[in-house]
Design a protein around this ligand. Structure first.
Ligand SMILES: C[S@@+](CC[C@H](N)C(=O)[O-])C[C@H]1O[C@@H](n2cnc3c(N)ncnc32)[C@H](O)[C@@H]1O
Length: 630
């Protein structure tokens, strides 16, 4: 009923709802469902209270939890708690408590002065209990880590806003934003574990000679978080493990890399580290940290990695590439495009990328608050854009999400560097830490000339990073769908996974990414047990990347089969077929389903038909509403 009123009032922001505390426990999804509504008052009847062991009125655990959850999630605009029924004559508990508790408490008379009149508020032990409940809310956090993080990091008026996704490949990330990233300790711990695991495998598959630290005495300047470094290496390039960090920002991933090297006790002389960061604003941090903590061991390049090319053969043939170019939807910060060019500079025989892959997911959501915000916006493209809602003001009618697509790193479709490439004499150079500049021609490392400057047009419109999926989801619960929620899972290395799945983040306290939202311009209403068909596309024209999306919903009808026997005795199913064709034409069912159904007609007394009940338009066709420029 509330939903009907809201729709009839065109999602007016003046419309709010008052909820009553439940008599008995209700399913959690119902509590969560109301959490996304504009609750103005939360009514607590005195009859919900029960006496505790000292005969004071308290709420049961279930009602306590609901109040904590509502006031915590809506901390910037909490509902007013309205206690009622305390003064009812027939409230046995009140009468009892009044005689036991209040008689002896002179200071708590429960009287207030309103316009010169003494008004009896009722039994104050109820109010006192609610006060206690509010105070104890601080120590009974009901929110998820990501909700806590989002609420603590967004203050009014930015709470509950729709942000545009970051585009770090196109715009420089601010210092404040890097600080926010760096708060996610668990993300960096996952990276550290992934790097340790990958380094162990690399060592085992050909870099055994890395085991053991350098023996040269260290100087204070050469102290890299405990890694001993002598300042010069007598090793030839062939012995060297080459590591690239793409987009290190202010350096937390490099920090984790050094931790991993130290943890594994690897010889730093035999490791070459290159970091490529396009944001010139962070160069000062990186260079300072390089000097202070990393003994200038990191070769820092201030360039867009898509346009970077190794100046000589020593600068390629990477064995480990570490990056964190993940957006809320996984691929929306263009990791596939950014890393594709770099793939060509890997060692074709042995190279690990962290992350190894990313997979995107989508789930239909109910979010009247977000929809109302969009209705209020003057942007003509508002329904063709991708958003990041700052606070989780949504609920999902389906317990599952649909898997869309995966990107592997390095991309299996990017050609391998040429095998046995011959090094031109000009490409061989001596690095400051190397006494040998000889690289023999039987190396599998290719030359810079083998890999022309990365260009999207050269890759045939970047075809390999296009994706298109049509997938279905069963929705058990009814509701009005306002859009799709996108999130990702990334395999950093083997079993080390991170995910911003709102229902089950991995690790549970990961806070870096809120899920993203693809709106529908006309919401779609579902009854119980419907099926949703979701169309999602990632497209590119070589200069831009964008997403397109649409929805259809279906119900399954079971229809009786009306058989008539003709004069010659044959069975005629015309009535059923007529039903089918009516559904096909009238409701928009698809003929392929009906063909399947028709072929089974002769065997069944009834048949099932899938009927389309609603369909949305395709949003953001050709990226006309929004796109990410390459
Ligand atoms: C999501 S931030 C992560 C930064 C850092 N790894 C951290 O954890 O704080 C992505 C970083 O990659 C950089 N970046 C994005 N695209 C890039 C590109 N094409 N070439 C080089 N750096 C890039 C951005 O400037 C940004 O610093």
């Amino acid at each position: 009923m509330w939903n009907t009123i809201r729709i009839q009032c065109n999602y007016s922001s003046n419309l709010t709802v008052s909820l009553g505390s439940p008599k008995q426990s209700i399913p959690e999804y119902v509590v969560n469902r109301w959490l996304i509504e504009p609750i103005q008052f939360y009514l607590i009847s005195a009859s919900r209270f029960i006496p505790n062991s000292k005969n004071y009125p308290v709420l049961n655990k279930f009602n306590q939890l609901i109040i904590w959850k509502y006031i915590q999630r809506k901390c910037h605009n909490p509902p007013i708690l309205l206690l009622h029924g305390v003064d009812k004559k027939d409230n046995e508990l009140v009468t009892k408590l009044r005689s036991v508790a209040l008689k002896h408490t002179d200071s708590e008379t429960g009287m207030i002065n309103v316009d010169g009149n003494e008004v009896y508020l009722g039994d104050l032990s109820y109010v006192n209990y609610l006060r206690h409940l509010l105070n104890s809310s601080l120590y009974n956090n009901q929110l998820t880590p990501v909700e806590n993080f989002a609420l603590n990091n967004t203050k009014p008026p930015f709470v509950d806003t729709l942000q545009s996704p970051l585009e770090p490949h196109a715009y420089n990330v601010s210092n404040t934003m890097y600080k926010v990233f760096e708060q996610d300790k668990v993300k960096y711990d996952c990276y550290e574990r992934a790097i340790i695991s990958a380094l162990m495998d690399l060592v085992a598959s050909g870099f055994q000679h890395l085991k053991g630290t350098a023996t040269t005495p260290k100087t204070s300047k050469d102290n890299m978080n405990g890694i001993e470094y002598s300042g010069s290496s007598p090793l030839s390039q062939r012995d060297i493990l080459k590591i690239m960090v793409v987009g290190p920002g202010r350096g937390p991933l490099i920090e984790k890399l050094f931790n991993a090297i130290r943890f594994l006790n690897l010889n730093i002389h035999k490791i070459q580290i290159t970091a490529i960061e396009k944001n010139s604003n962070v160069m000062i941090y990186l260079n300072q940290r390089n000097e202070e903590f990393w003994a200038n061991k990191v070769h820092i390049v201030n360039e867009d990695v898509r346009f970077w090319r190794p100046s000589n053969s020593n600068e390629q043939g990477f064995h480990l590439v570490v990056s964190e170019l993940l957006g809320s939807f996984g691929c929306n910060e263009l990791a596939p495009e950014v890393l594709a060019g770099l793939s060509k500079y890997r060692d074709p025989s042995l190279c690990v990328f962290i992350p190894q892959n990313l997979t995107t997911y989508i789930s239909p959501i109910i979010s009247p608050a977000i929809y109302r915000k969009l209705l209020d916006s003057n942007d003509p493209n508002k329904f063709n854009k991708l958003y990041i809602p700052t606070v989780e003001t949504f609920d999902t009618p389906s317990s599952k999400a649909a898997k869309l697509w995966t990107f592997d790193f390095p991309s299996p479709t990017v050609p391998l560097p040429t095998q046995n490439a011959t090094l031109p004499s000009t490409s061989v150079s001596t690095t400051s830490n190397s006494t040998s500049n000889t690289i023999t021609t039987n190396t599998t490392v290719a030359t810079a000339q083998d890999f022309p400057l990365y260009s999207y047009s050269r890759l045939g419109s970047n075809r390999d990073n296009k994706r298109q999926v049509q997938t279905t989801l069963k929705c058990r619960r009814k509701g009005t769908i306002h859009g799709l929620l996108g999130f990702f899972t990334a395999v950093l290395y083997k079993s080390i996974v991170i995910s911003n799945n709102p229902q089950q983040p991995v690790p549970a306290n990961l806070i870096s990414w809120l899920p993203c939202f693809f709106p529908l311009d006309t919401p779609i209403t579902l009854t119980d047990d419907q099926e949703l068909s979701i169309f999602m596309k990632r497209d590119t024209d070589g200069a831009r990347v964008w997403y397109e999306w649409s929805l259809e919903c279906f119900i399954y009808l079971v229809l009786p089969l009306e058989k008539t026997v003709s004069r010659n005795g044959s069975i005629n199913n015309n009535a059923a077929l007529a039903n089918l064709s009516a559904l096909n034409g009238g409701v928009g069912g698809r003929s392929s389903y009906h063909d399947d159904v028709a072929s089974n007609l002769f065997d069944q007394e009834e048949y099932q038909v899938r009927v389309r009940t609603d369909v949305s338009k395709v949003h953001n066709v050709n990226g006309n509403g929004f796109s990410f420029s390459l």
